[in-house]
Design a protein around this ligand. Structure first.
Ligand code: NAI
Length: 336
């Protein structure tokens, strides 16, 4: 049986709690994993004054994929760069894939949502090119043709592969005529290669409203880094919250899987976080590794637990603890 070497970043806040639950599920699948724990985040900063130690990067390079818990990045100091953003750039993980689905039994504003946000993951304002100039400050927003082309192609290929009919290009080219103008025009260029897929465009503020009001109109959204990040939380908010939103950071040679949510300091250490987002991210990892069937089984097991309504975490109106939820998922998996 093939052995998968997985780098595991437990992370900060609720990170270690949702990771323990996720590893519990993964260890009960009958697959052969070697999980290699590596340090990153606020805990690493406290120990080494470096949120992403070199050793972590070296180990990650030798693995098949990385499963990452959320890491906490405080607003200062400037030398504390987000390890998440650094890893995305370092491994050239240019596509951030964030699927949002209405899940059975989950109290949510909308039903029938099934959309994927494809977010450019390596440049734009998240490059963090910022300067102080006297008492003022400046950030440089770089958008390159290469990055636009590959994220657009990724989004259209994904739509084709997953059977989605439409790709919506989200931008603000009416104001940011040069940078978003480039993103928009390149996306439309790439769209010509996919005549079977409907292409539409939307200004980002309008997209935010329409996701809230008519989310079932969306299939695949392709957008830049910052807009994608913000729209993701909007999409999570209408489908049951951040506790259910998984994601994948994909490049041509490597991939990192993590929940959309952060370290949730407000609920950390209580054992009440919803582990679904990270468990679903691990299901995306299994699909990436070629274990499509088992990845789908995990998703089905989560849906089955949620739809019964017996084991719901606090964010979904229940009082099930993080590990109890993971155990309920494994019980379902054993019956599938
Ligand atoms: P957050 O996503 O951590 O929390 C927002 C709200 O959602 C909180 O009320 C929290 O309790 C709730 N929530 C999040 N995940 C949940 C879960 N699994 N179960 C139940 N409730 C959940 O966002 P916030 O508070 O803005 O950020 C906290 C820290 O996380 C910051 O330092 C930020 O830099 C970091 N962060 C890290 C990310 C990463 O590592 N990829 C992504 C986003 C934020």
């Amino acid at each position: 049986m093939k052995k998968y070497k997985i780098a595991v970043i437990h992370g900060d806040g609720i990170g270690p709690e949702v990771m323990e639950a996720t590893l519990y599920v993964l260890n009960n699948l009958g697959l052969n994993f070697e999980f290699i724990p590596v340090e990153a985040g606020l805990n690493a900063w406290k120990k080494y004054k470096n949120p992403l130690p070199e050793e972590t990067i070296d180990i990650i390079r030798k693995t098949d994929a990385c499963l990452k818990g959320p890491t906490q990045t405080p607003p200062g100091p400037e030398t504390f760069k987000s390890p998440t953003v650094t890893l995305r750039k370092l491994f050239d993980l240019y596509a951030n894939i964030r699927p949002f689905k209405s899940r059975p039994g989950v109290p949510s504003i909308h039903k029938n949502v099934n959309m994927i946000i494809v977010r450019e993951n390596t440049e734009e304002l998240y490059s963090g090119i910022e300067y102080s100039i006297g008492e003022n400050s400046i950030a440089i927003r770089v958008i390159t043709k290469k990055a636009c082309e590959r994220i657009a192609r990724f989004a259209f290929n994904l739509a084709k592969k997953e059977g989605y009919k439409k790709v919506t290009i989200v931008h603000k080219a009416n104001v940011l005529k040069v940078t978003d103008g480039l993103f928009r025009s390149i996306c439309f260029e790439v769209a010509k290669e996919y005549p079977d897929i409907i292409t539409e465009e939307m200004i980002v503020d309008s997209a935010a409203m329409k996701i809230v009001m008519n989310p079932s109109d969306f299939n695949v959204i392709v957008t830049t880094n910052l807009y994608g990040d913000i729209l993701s939380d909007v999409a999570a908010g209408i489908t049951g919250g951040l506790g259910l939103a998984p994601s994948a950071n994909i490049g041509d040679k490597y991939a990192i899987f993590e929940a959309v949510h952060g370290s949730a300091p407000d609920i950390a250490g209580k054992g009440i976080a919803n582990p679904s987002a990270l468990i679903l991210s691990s299901a995306m990892m299994l699909k990436y590794l070629g274990e499509e069937k088992i990845g789908k089984m995990i998703e089905n097991a989560i849906d089955s637990v949620l739809s019964e309504g017996k084991y719901l975490t606090k964010d979904l109106g229940g009082n099930t603890k993080t590990m109890e939820f993971a155990k309920a998922v494994v019980e379902k998996l054993n019956k599938l």
